[in-house]
Design a protein around this ligand. Structure first.
Ligand code: HEC
Ligand code: HEC
Length: 470
């Protein structure tokens, strides 16, 4: 991992960005708001960013499967999904500068050209994220399960009522999902970019009445109509809703932890630097990272190869964005997984036994705030997680080769836990938005939806179609 000392640059400074009018970057010269620069030319259908390449056909087939699982078969009229035309003169918006906290890469590279960050969209997305009127009976919002005050999760083993939708999985954090290459534990949703470039529309054309209902409901809220006009130059649409929510989610960043201040901070600058404890440092090396060369504290070099967590929890967000079977949820008696994970998603003809019971490597950033752990919430504490790894996981035919008994001493286990705790980012208080009043003149209180259990599996499905259409 390269060591970079002065990361506290804004995204704008790091990479040029474009403010979009209608239809994304570079296509609309009439949009108001300052144009920063032309973004990198992105050819249609080419979904590469400097970091990664997305497999579009696979992504499409995944999305198709999800729609076929839906309940309603009637196609939603296009007018609810994406705008036919756009009034670029109505747009009043300006670029939003994201300050990337110490330790994270600039996020500009993972922002699709079709959905640049703007102030109006971030604000609109925040309202939609916290608005329970997005759900059918106006009881749950995204924040019910991804509550910023709970590490952007619900701190529950399973989100209640989730079974029909996801087969009993624990809500992952939204923090740093801007770096996510796929969404969900099994990666069944395409990346942000792939979603932004077409499959969403395809899937919806085949799709589901619920979009129409959601959008119709939001169109009855004058405050939303006005904001959509100002930021997109259109009426409320699913495309706009998903883009706005995505913009808000991209501001949910965790960095600038004690670890970051030690690892990336400048030791000569007390403001950016923090010394880790000896236990945290041993834990860091056990985890698979080297101490800073100039650190006079040395540890036995054999520790570096002992636990090798970075074999999977790699990079600045501690995830290789890949899928691994680490044995969670395997029942040795029946020889079966409670949830087969990635295996279910890969299309016939492309199935690989290593994907059986495999899940996406989650970040360990803000891990102290997101318990319980694993896709099934089966580990309550970090100590339990480390015990699980120490025994080499649950043996099964698809177990990842890096999962072997670790023979950690009690001190070493505690060191790894201490290190993971040191990767907890600074506390960011997200102020709840004031929601625009509905036709009855009343504004719901977003607080009412926090912790509210979801109602039906269908409702959760509907929410996620929006959530991943980004
Ligand atoms: C009922 C609880 C619940 C609600 C409401 C909910 N989510 Fe989720 N969310 C989950 C669960 C559970 C998963 C994991 C599902 C899986 O992997 O199969 C998830 C996954 C995600 C992911 C993928 C994260 C990753 O790292 O892969 C994102 C992003 C997300 N939700 C955003 C949203 C947004 C935006 C909304 C509102 C439109 C929303 N969620 C509403 C429970 C919920
Ligand atoms: C072979 C790849 C791999 C290795 C090696 C690995 N992990 Fe993981 N880790 C994963 C995957 C995949 C998951 C999610 C598994 C699941 O939910 O079924 C995970 C989950 C976790 C979680 C729970 C995160 C959450 O949000 O629920 C923690 C904490 C964790 N790992 C820490 C570690 C530590 C500490 C080590 C080293 C001792 C380690 N990991 C080694 C792949 C790996």
């Amino acid at each position: 991992m390269p060591r970079i000392s002065h990361w506290l640059a804004t995204m704008i400074a790091a990479t040029p960005m474009v403010i979009a009018g209608c239809g994304g970057a570079g296509t609309d010269t009439a949009s108001t708001g300052p144009v920063q620069d032309k973004g990198k030319e992105q050819k249609p259908g080419e979904l590469t960013t400097p970091d990664r390449r997305i497999d579009l056909p696979k992504a499409n087939s995944v999305v198709k499967g999800e729609v076929e699982g839906g309940e309603s078969k009637k196609p939603t009229p296009i007018a609810y999904l994406y705008p036919d035309e756009c009034n670029s003169k109505a747009i009043q918006d300006e670029p939003f500068e994201v300050t990337v906290p110490l330790g994270l890469s600039p996020i500009a590279a993972v922002i699709p050209a079709a959905n640049p960050m703007t102030k109006g969209k971030v604000e609109l997305g925040k309202q939609l994220y916290f608005d329970q009127r997005v759900s059918k009976d106006a009881t749950i919002s995204c924040a019910s399960c991804h509550d910023p005050a709970k590490g952007w999760t619900d701190n529950a083993k399973f989100s209640t009522g989730i079974a029909g939708q996801v087969g009993g999985r624990s809500a992952p954090t939204v923090l740093n999902t801007v770096y996510g290459r796929t969404m969900f534990w099994d990666g069944r949703a395409a990346s942000l970019e792939a979603q932004a470039q077409g499959p969403v529309q395809n899937k919806i054309e085949m799709g589901d009445q619920s979009y129409q209902e959601i959008i119709e409901r939001l169109r009855q809220i004058p405050g939303y109509r006005d904001q959509f006009m100002k930021v997109f130059g259109t009426d409320v649409t699913l495309d706009g809703m998903a883009k706005a929510i995505a913009c808000f989610e991209r501001t949910a960043l965790s960095g600038n932890s004690a670890f970051d201040k030690y690892y990336y901070g400048d030791p000569d600058n007390a403001e950016t630097f923090k010394q880790l404890t000896e236990s945290e440092k041993r834990g860091m090396v056990l985890f698979g990272l080297r101490l800073k060369d100039e650190d006079p504290f040395k540890v036995d070099s054999s520790l570096l190869a002992k636990a090798k967590c970075t074999a999977c929890h790699a990079g600045s967000n501690f995830s290789d964005e890949n899928f691994h079977n680490i044995g969670v949820g395997y029942d040795e008696k029946t020889g079966k997984f409670a949830d087969i994970g990635r295996w279910e998603i890969s299309p016939p003809g492309a199935k690989n036994f290593a994907e059986k019971g495999a899940f996406k490597t989650p970040t360990i950033r803000d891990i102290t705030r997101t318990a319980p752990y694993m896709h099934d919430g089966s580990e309550k504490t970090l100590e339990q997680v480390v015990e699980y790894y120490n025994k080499g996981g649950n043996k099964n035919p698809s177990l990842d080769a890096n999962m072997v008994p670790l023979n950690l001493t009690d001190t070493e286990k505690a060191d790894i836990v201490a290190f993971m705790k040191s990767v907890t980012g600074e506390t960011i208080i997200v102020k709840l938005p004031t929601l625009p009043p509905g036709p009855d003149g009343k504004s719901p209180n977003p607080q009412d939806a926090l912790g509210a259990p979801p109602k039906t599996a269908q409702e959760i499905r509907d929410l996620h179609k929006v959530a991943v259409a980004r």
